[in-house]
Design a protein around this ligand. Structure first.
Ligand code: KIV
Length: 274
């Protein structure tokens, strides 16, 4: 327990110290009730900008705003007593300059109470990562497939198939690790490259579509609950299929309302006896 009587949560330093040790379990979360359910089982909860696609029906993460990330970051932080909470810097909130990145990352830290931020990018973002970490903001990097780059990358696809791609991802990973990031998300990257990166850098790699060679794993929680879409990418394992359960519950509710079975007596307020 801390001085405030709050249970101690995992720090970014504790996550970093897990390099090569016990695998790091991570999921995304966007709301308080889901964060409460995931927290006891996870080491790290990421308030990912995937929130734009998962909860808001956006086609990509590009239109997600800083205010959205802060609102969801605050909601998740309220539901967490154990895990380290990291919030994504959204597209356009950090690429312009290291000063812009610091200003927006500091706002996220102050207004959500999270433990650090995540940003996408490789060698071109290394200076920014060093600037933030030197000023008290723990940073998780994100290399390989970078969803915020969808418009220049020309779509979402696994990377590292060519020598050129593999060399670029390796260079990106090393640059972000050497800049002082505490961990690195490696997304959509072929196994040999993910394995090589994991061996080459001194911070933990957290894979999503990047094989079991990584030090930890993350999935978009709605994907693995079967809530997001019919399309299931190869790297997602559905640990539950909640979509049909919710649809069934809605159908039963509609049937009961239409048949006059709901609300029943036990759901109905009656005047108190005087
Ligand atoms: O936004 C997100 O959910 C992410 C994960 C896919 C790592 O960045």
């Amino acid at each position: 327990m801390s001085a405030q009587g709050e249970q101690k949560r995992l720090t970014t330093k504790a996550i970093q110290a897990r390099k090569g040790g016990e695998r790091i379990v991570c999921l995304t979360a966007y709301t308080t009730p889901i964060a409460r359910l995931l927290d006891p089982h996870c080491d790290l909860l990421l308030v990912g900008d995937s929130v734009g696609m998962v909860l808001y029906g956006m086609e990509t993460t590009v239109a997600v705003t800083l205010d959205m990330m802060i609102a969801h970051g605050r909601a998740v932080r309220r539901g967490v007593a154990h895990a380290c909470v990291i919030v994504d810097l959204p597209f356009g909130s950090y690429q312009e300059s290291k000063e812009q990145a610091f200003r927006n990352a500091a706002r996220i830290m102050q207004e959500t109470g999270c433990d650090g931020v995540k940003l996408e990018g490789g060698q071109e973002m290394a200076e920014t990562v060093a600037f933030l970490t030197a000023r008290g903001i723990p940073v998780c990097g994100h290399v390989g497939l970078m969803p915020q780059m969808v418009n220049t990358a020309g779509g979402f696809r696994a990377l590292g198939h060519t020598d050129e791609e593999a060399a670029r991802i390796r260079g990106d990973a090393v640059a972000i690790a050497e800049a002082g990031a505490f961990a690195l998300v490696v997304e959509g990257t072929v196994e040999p490259v993910a394995r090589e990166i994991t061996a080459a850098i001194t911070i933990p790699t957290i894979g999503i579509g990047a094989s079991a060679a990584c030090d930890g794993q993350i999935l978009v929680s709605d994907d693995m609950f079967g809530l997001f879409s019919e399309f299931q990418p190869r790297f997602v394992k559905r640990f539950a299929n909640l979509g049909p359960l919710i649809a069934d519950a809605a159908r039963s509710y509609a049937d009961d309302v239409r048949a006059g079975r709901f609300p029943a007596k036990e759901h109905t307020f009656q005047p108190r006896r005087q």
